[in-house]
Design a protein around this ligand. Sequence first.
Ligand SMILES: [Zn+2]
Length: 427
Amino acid sequence: MGDHSRTIRLLSLSLIAYLLVTMTALGQVKAGTLSQIAGFFPAQPRSYEQVSQLLSQLDRTSTLVTVEAIGQSHNNRSIWLATATDPDYPSDEKIRLFVIARQHGTECAGTTATLALLQYLAAAPSDTEAKLLRYFEIAVVPVANPDGCVAGRRTNAQQMDLNRDWGKFTQLETQAIRAAVIRHQPHAVIDLHELPASSRNRSYAENFIETIGSHDSLPALLCANTVAASRNISYWMKGYGYPLNVYYDYPGDSLALCHRYWGLSQGIPSFLCESKTGAGRSLQERAGFHVLAILGIINYLGRQQLAPVSPGSEVVVAARPPQPPPTEIPLTLAVRLEPAASGDNDTNLVVHTQVEGSGQFSFVTVNVDGVTKLLTTQRNGRYALDTSRLSSGQHSISAELCSEFGAALSTQQTTFIVPLAGVQIAK
Ligand SMILES: [Zn+2]
């Protein structure tokens, strides 16, 4: 990292708190950005062949988008990397984002979202997009698993789940993408997925984002970025009517998942974004979730890194939701614990949070022994807890009801006891 970027980071770090409470005043609100991008969504998911044709066309016709093959799949299909940026401005002075879609071959919303974003940026319909690509370089792998995409299955041609291969890198696809990420040195990595409607895990009941939590053993700037960015995204999602849970990862969690590898092992702010599938959740709606997640991270990084040092660059806040949710009281928050129902396979204790009252709020956090595990934008939140990972003895659960910028409006606390193995608690 050069002295210049270090200066930017130090400056921006000290200004995060200030910016978080003043940004609504900055920039112009532009409500139409999501709908403009959504205008590029196809009615049906594209085939791998159609994706390749579209990328080739963008490469030929736009000076702002370049496309290259970063490797081949097991069945010899190209793994495409598309990069959107204004080539007249140096790459090493830009904020660089690396977006990975479709490690799981059936999950088409991320492909749809990233292609539409590329088409939108390539068309540069206004000065906003032109400025965005002057300050940002957005690298995209729209189909990380070409063989799974063609075969219509989750795994690659080797029957391997690519998003369990990070850190090990036994597969051609993960090897190629890892090399491309290292070459791009991104400020953030975004990994786009979809949640099957059939999943029985309670944690997977709704759209969610998983990112790195705040922890003493992790770089402070990493955690500041992931926690603040996830709050910003939740604000966006709520503003656009998407329910969202945010889960946080900590040291000790498996590094075999892409976003954890880049976050916990390599210190790069990283985000797993999962849109829920199922009845009533169209491709367009699911792809919209992914577009918003990407825009939310662009928005956050732009505010955090550019606004302090480059006045006029607040173009990147242009796509905020049209109406920020007001934070009026009265509101009340209740917390309730209950044993997991039979059939839940990821939990044995469920924490319920319930917000009551007519006022608006931004999100509720659930904290176990002071460590934030969940951020939810929903009035009725649920966190599935696996107490087998906790030591025996008393533990605390707290929940905080928060305004837009994370100020606590109300706090509730309760405790529970994890018994020693084999020891019954007297009733
Ligand atoms: Zn997936």
